[in-house]
Ligand binder design. Structure first.
Ligand code: FMN
Length: 217
């Protein structure tokens, strides 16, 4: 089975929002798709180990905000590389509450859904949501595709993403072996250069140079 073909599938990059009691929380997801137009219905695949999964089940509501190419890339670090169990992810983030769910400003816009059904797989729950609100933020730049995230932002996917490929780690190692490259141990971002500046900050997850290691050939 050549799982590299999965990289030819197209996705967007979304920030899922939901509620942990009265506290907003959420995570990055690319595995979201529209299922029907009338009534508008969305499916979202969320890993059992993600805190967001339990919060969506409990609250019965989720939103997703559509990342734009010029959305702050550190949103992916905040929402995709740490857990709402340990962090207040919406602290310091520009958002608004719509129909009881948090949605992020500085994105293309949002969709809010109430959960109408769900299906379990071995690792992920597929939540089916009926759309109860949606809006476009005028003036936002093109949406960020998953391919743009990998090729231009040079971001990686953690193991909880349904589209994670183990080959991605190998690709980082072989790329790094070809020239001097440094890999962020938190989000997998690759920095290229002869030396890593002491005050270097990862553009994705905002970690310092101590979390960024040179990959030895
Ligand atoms: C680009 C990208 C795509 C991701 N896609 C998904 C996804 O579709 N489903 C999912 O469950 N996790 C996905 N993740 C992983 C979660 O965002 C990540 O595990 C997050 O830390 C979970 O946070 P939580 O524990 O607060 O829910 C993705 C992460 C990134 C960076």
């Amino acid at each position: 089975m050549n799982t590299k073909i999965f990289r030819n599938m197209s996705y967007g990059v979304y920030i899922v929002g939901t509620m942990d009691g009265s506290r907003p929380t959420g995570c990055v997801a690319n595995s979201i798709m529209q299922i029907t137009s009338s009534p508008a219905t969305i499916a979202a695949s969320i890993n059992h180990d993600n805190y967001t999964n339990n919060c969506i089940s409990e609250s019965g509501i989720f939103s997703f905000s559509i990342m734009a190419e010029d959305s702050p890339s550190d949103l992916i670090g905040v929402f995709g590389f740490q857990s709402g169990k340990d962090a207040d992810k919406f602290d310091g983030v520009e958002y608004e509450m719509i129909e009881g769910a948090p949605v992020l400003k500085r994105t293309c816009g949002y969709v809010v859904c109430k959960v109408i059904d769900k299906m379990e797989t071995a690792t992920h729950t597929v939540f089916l949501g009926e759309v109860i609100a949606a809006e476009v933020y005028e003036g936002s730049s093109p949406e960020m595709t998953y391919s743009y995230y990998h090729k231009v932002v040079k971001g990686k996917s953690p193991k909880n993403a349904p589209t994670y490929l183990p080959e991605e780690d190998d690709a980082v190692k072989s790329e790094a072996a070809a020239t001097s490259k440094y890999v962020c141990q938190i989000c997998g971002y690759v920095y290229e250069g002869d030396t890593l500046p002491d005050d270097y900050i990862c553009p994705i997850c905002k970690q310092g140079a101590d979390k960024i290691k040179k990959v030895e050939s």
